[in-house]
Design a protein around this ligand. Structure first.
Ligand code: CA
Length: 234
């Protein structure tokens, strides 16, 4: 069977009582082709997590009814090993550590960007599926989605989280041209001002790191449209 992470039909349960966060997470994950169920309190979250099969559960710690740590404890004591990513508020360090001790797979501190959550989800689901095909490659450029390592022609390159997200987005569909707005919506996800030149700034930075030193340029500007990464090189 193909792991869900490769077929794109990942089933995610989001347990979060703050509606605004729950809804932006749901939207962001659905845009990635994931199927999202929501629960707004701990009891409902626990019920769904035990009744249905999910590839990953996003679990807030502070929840009405039953808190996230109790939900996690309940799942693990029933030998339910669904990957769990905890959402924590700043200052919840003890809870975070307790969560990891109880068998959470990862945690994310609020506020966070949805693409960071997507990256974490991919990582824990791949790990859970024992999947090692974590590399995205275009010509001699390689991204490792688990270790976040970037290499061109074997040379390691440092990218920030957001540069990585942008490059990954382009590299997943080599040859396909994306507009600045598409790139922005994917990489910055929300509250984005279409008047900014954010994308151009980031493309310039990424080019400096992955293309400047190499004869073959992988990032191509399509005038009046946007950018793409090309397998042919230019
Ligand atoms: Ca909460």
């Amino acid at each position: 069977m193909q792991p869900a992470v490769l077929t794109g039909e990942m089933k995610v349960l989001v347990v979060e009582d703050e509606r605004k966060i729950a809804s932006f997470v749901q939207k962001g994950l659905q845009e990635q082709g994931m199927v999202v169920d929501q629960a707004f309190d701990g009891k409902e979250g626990f019920f769904l997590a035990t009744e249905k099969e999910y590839d990953v559960v996003i679990l807030d710690i502070m929840l009405p009814g039953r808190d996230g740590l109790s939900v996690l404890r309940g799942l693990r004591s029933r030998k339910n090993n669904v990957p769990v990513i905890m959402l924590t508020a700043r200052g919840e360090l003890d809870e975070r550590l307790e969560g990891l001790n109880l068998g959470a797979d990862d945690y994310l501190t609020k506020p966070f960007y949805v693409e960071e959550l997507v990256a974490r989800i991919r990582t824990v689901v791949r790990r859970a599926n024992g999947d090692t095909s974590s590399l995205v490659t275009v010509r001699d450029l390689t991204l490792n989605l688990i270790t976040r390592e970037v290499k061109r022609n074997g040379i390691s390159i440092d990218l920030t989280m957001r540069e990585f997200a942008l490059l990954e987005f382009l590299m997943r569909s080599p040859g396909r041209v994306y507009t600045r707005i598409q790139i922005c919506e994917h990489v910055w996800s929300y509250d984005f001002d279409p008047g900014t030149n954010l994308v151009d700034v980031y493309i310039r930075r990424i080019r400096k790191k992955i293309d400047a030193e190499f004869e073959t340029k992988l990032i191509e500007t399509i005038r009046g449209v946007g950018y793409r990464i090309t397998e042919k090189g230019s």
